[in-house]
Design a protein around this ligand. Structure first.
Ligand SMILES: Cc1ncc(COP(=O)(O)O)c(C=O)c1O
Length: 387
């Protein structure tokens, strides 16, 4: 082995060190103001993000999960309604649907992008369907052109779960600017991550925006008068202050992640480790890995760089033993989660999602990775096959 530097899956400390003067000043500004909940920092951040996403309205909320809940509450989603989404996503996508009493209806993913397979959506539409909620998983957008066409043909609402995909684009158009709502997360591991939880709902519709703004604060308008029951879904000023600083650097970080992805592609190719999707479907990656595909027209922001590997669990043991970080996103497709057994799905219903859960692994991709660290990751994976 040419070097043995440790490579964590994610290290946010270099980013903090680089921005420390700006971030510390922003935190101090809030402390001086003693204005902690909503207020000018949050309003500035709402404007910044909605402009960034090219959508008219932004409503800062307490998390990405709460963004989904507020969006669906604003739409009046209720028991009996069906929401079509992917079974291969973070729990919050689907937990939020169930918390409103609605029914998630799953559609399998495409293996090469991990995103919902649009060719299978139409068959899942019923008279009870109200929403299609595509997830832009790992930072690459689902096929929004086709989804919007389908939604229009069937008179359905579209909520983009862009928790992992702020700044991703499709044919130049940003994530969250296609659907009726876009939902964002600022969980610290996201490309735009706060110093805690945070989220935002964006929408082009003024009336939806007004309703969502009320709902995030107990449905209150004016003060202490409640026409609707909302909740405490407010974003706080400290998070907004941090995120206002970081938003200015987001495009640079996306580019660095993309450069890291390109470096991986080159290095895995050179090492003879890359396999194609047919190998995956045929059940034999021949000791290699399948890299994530970036589809033409897509600008992938690589919140995660997820590959498929033979003997995934053994490979992860090997990587960890050599101080290379890795993680499974996600080890169990949501249709197989214990809490969703009442939905009536079974093993085998979504074979691509199940295969992704069994064979995929995320590699380090954060902006501050050095070329030596990328080489080290590839070298350790290459050594697994020959040990
Ligand atoms: C696809 C997806 N949806 C929703 C969420 C929920 O966001 P949060 O963790 O901010 O509640 C996440 C966050 O991990 C996510 O990745």
């Amino acid at each position: 082995m040419s070097n043995n530097i440790p490579v964590p899956l994610l290290d946010l400390k270099p980013q903090y060190q680089a921005l420390k003067p700006e971030l510390d000043a922003a935190l101090a500004r809030v402390a001086e103001s003693q204005y902690f909940i909503l207020g000018p920092e949050v309003e500035c951040f709402e404007k910044g993000v909605s402009t960034y996403c090219n959508v008219d309205h932004g409503i800062g909320v307490s998390s990405g999960t709460d963004a989904l809940i507020v969006a669906m509450m604003a739409l009046g989603i209720q028991p009996g309604d069906e929401v079509i989404t992917s079974p291969y996503t973070f729990f919050g996508t689907v937990g939020s649907i169930v918390r409103l009493g609605a029914k998630p209806v799953f559609v399998d993913i495409e293996p090469h992008t991990f995103n919902i397979d649009i060719s299978k959506i139409e068959a899942a539409i019923t008279p009870k369907t109200r929403v299609i909620a595509p997830v832009h998983l790992f930072g690459q957008m689902a096929d929004m052109g086709s989804i919007m066409e389908l939604a229009k043909a069937h008179n359905l609402i579209v909520i983009e779960d862009a928790a992992q995909a702020i700044g991703a684009k499709q044919n130049g158009q940003p994530a969250c600017s296609f659907g009726d709502f876009g939902c964002l997360s600022f969980f610290p591991t996201k490309n735009l991550g706060g110093f805690g939880d945070g989220g935002m709902v964006v929408t082009p519709h003024a009336a939806h925006a007004d309703r969502a703004r009320q709902l995030r604060n107990h449905g209150m308008e004016p003060k202490y008068f409640h026409a609707h029951v909302g909740g405490n879904f407010r974003l706080d000023a400290l998070q907004a202050a941090v995120l206002n600083v970081k938003l200015q650097h987001l495009d640079t970080w996306h580019e660095q992640r993309r450069e890291n992805a390109a470096a991986y592609r080159k290095a895995f190719e050179k090492a003879g480790l890359t396999r194609n999707c047919d190998d995956l479907i045929n059940g034999d990656l021949r000791g290699g890995i399948l890299l994530p595909e970036e589809l033409p027209g897509n600008y992938h922001i690589y919140n995660q760089f997820v590959v498929y590997a033979d003997q995934r669990d053994a490979l992860m043991e090997h990587m960890k033993a050599h101080n290379v970080g890795c993680e499974i996103y996600y080890p169990l497709s949501l249709h197989q989660q214990e809490c969703f057994q009442n939905l009536g799905y079974q093993a085998g219903d979504f074979p691509h999602a199940e295969r992704a859960a069994a064979m995929s692994v995320a590699l380090p991709i954060y902006p501050d990775l050095s070329p030596e660290m990328i080489d080290r990751v590839v070298e350790v994976i290459a050594a697994f096959g020959t040990q």
